[in-house]
Unconditional design. Structure first.
Length: 87
């Protein structure tokens, strides 16, 4: 998917007649699309000027413990700031 988008961006910029450093592209995505936006910036930094990766769990890999740490922080926040009915 990212390689296809890279080819498309090159083609589209050529169609618009953009100079090499012109027609800056900002990427947007949420959840899985946000992960793609972030990873696209890493793999093809020359093709975009920025990315907004909303709700993108880009660093949640199995067996790293990060999911458990995130869940613990979330539950701590609910317990500290939530009401009695907040389960």
């Amino acid at each position: 998917a990212m390689a296809d988008y890279a080819v498309f961006l090159d083609w589209f910029r050529a169609e618009l007649g953009c100079p090499e450093d012109g027609c800056g592209t900002v990427l947007f995505g949420g959840s899985y699309g946000g992960m793609l936006a972030a990873w696209f910036r890493i793999k093809y930094p020359h093709l975009s000027v920025g990315a907004l990766a909303a709700s993108a769990p880009v660093d949640f890999y199995p067996k790293t413990g990060r999911q458990q740490a995130f869940w613990a922080a979330t539950m701590h926040t609910y317990k500290k700031y939530g009401t009695d009915g907040c389960d």
